[in-house]
Design a protein around this ligand. Sequence first.
Ligand SMILES: Cc1cc2nc3c(=O)[nH]c(=O)nc-3n(C[C@H](O)[C@H](O)[C@H](O)COP(=O)(O)OP(=O)(O)OC[C@H]3O[C@@H](n4cnc5c(N)ncnc54)[C@H](O)[C@@H]3O)c2cc1C
Length: 484
Amino acid sequence: MKALVSPLGTEIQSLFPDDSGFVADDLYTRRTYSKDLMPRSHILAREGELPEPTIDAVVWPQDSNMLAKFIRAANEKGWELYPYGAGSGVCGGAVPGQNQERKRPRVVVDLKRLDKIEFVDTHSQIAKVQAGIIGQVLEEDLNAKGYTLGHFPSSIYCSSFGGYLATRAAGQLSTYYGKMEDMVLAVEGVLPNGESFTTPVAPRLAVGPDWNHLFLGSEGTLAFLTAAWVKIHKLAEARRFLSFQVESTEKALDGVRQWLQAGLHPAVVRIYDEDESRMLMGLKSGVKLVCVIEGEQTLTDFTALRINQMSMNYTGWNDTGEEPAQHWWSHRYDVSYRQQLIMSHRRMILDTFEVATSWAGLPGLHKEIKAITDEVAKKFPGKGEMLVLLAHFSHFYHCGGNIYFTLCGRTPEDTPTVEFYDGVWDLLLKACERQGAAISHHHGIGRLKAQAHKRQRGVLHDLLKKFKNELDPKHLLNPENLGL
Ligand SMILES: Cc1cc2nc3c(=O)[nH]c(=O)nc-3n(C[C@H](O)[C@H](O)[C@H](O)COP(=O)(O)OP(=O)(O)OC[C@H]3O[C@@H](n4cnc5c(N)ncnc54)[C@H](O)[C@@H]3O)c2cc1C
């Protein structure tokens, strides 16, 4: 650890005897922790416009008792606290906003030292996991015991379990194993006043509200989440790979709807729309669909058999064999890291937008959001600019699914890049709101989508704000995130 340079750093360190809490307040650490992976911050940094560090210190408490003690002290002193997992969030949720008014000392609280699996009950198939463990480490530790959590986000190497809880994250195999909120039985945490709590640990219970759902997805605004009890599964005995080329996105969606509504649960289904199939996979017509099934041997074989039987009767569907799905599987963590190459070019913007709606709403939502390219051209006329919107559908449920858009564009010469970026986001969010769809399926809201979130939630957002005021009257915990 570097020597502390500020009175604040020294004061924080004095709260932690021995090595029960590390503190850093040097410029390098503060710069690093002043942004997460929201592309807007990358753009500002690239164009030399990222403000000086927006935080004053970072602290790494040893365990939840030291965390609670620190929170109580911070409350008395009026320090703002920002819960931080691994900083892989893409919505600016873990750190103060670039324009957020600086009122009080700001401390990022990194939870990576809370990194244990506390226990595994193989009979009930429950594990209790601390918040700071990195996704890949958690998965490898469970695998060594013959189990899996079944949560495989593309960011698995650089994201934490606490981040998954706080954003209701989704892994690539969610159609079988569920999304994070489906995996959790109970959560443990510390409230903004330093009081610890545990929600009831039971497979189901009658009385509401469901406390888990109050805290899951609260993006560090209502509590520090320190651990959770989660479902685990035996490692898959078998895995099957299928793929299809389908005449159109609509036909592919309709076929997959019928699989899900027949009670079939493949682990992965990905439908790439016409543009993504053409531009990324070289298809001359139609759309690509890959499917991976895993689990117990007989069930896996049966699911593959039924999917094949049903798909043979669909019009416009052609079986393209195992290879495309196997190829996807072996490259499943590759694609997301290419963004750095594109983002290194001046004036380029790149981001993702993941939305969700019912089966009936999916085609209209897809169309409405794709159509914003024309609105962008009208709003930002200029020579040489362009915006490309690719889309795939990758998480499915009985009643609907998500759409994952990748947007890539070049800013017109006479427009500041951040202005273009914010303008594109405004159009994207409004298109989604017009369709009444969820403006985030799994990345969360953060500061990026806070205004749209407020618009969409209306009176419910006011209610949540009242609750937040009760819990955190001084607004010390991640102020302004989620628009709170
Ligand atoms: C390349 C790439 C691929 C991605 N792929 C996926 C994907 O497949 N699926 C997916 O869902 N997301 C994905 N993401 C987004 C991101 O990885 C997830 O949102 C992840 O859940 C964030 O975890 P984190 O530990 O990095 O959280 P952070 O970024 O540190 O924090 C995210 C939010 O959670 C809060 N928070 C973090 N830990 C706690 C805690 N213990 N208690 C209370 N609040 C807390 C923070 O304050 C912040 O608001 C991807 C991101 C990248 C960069």
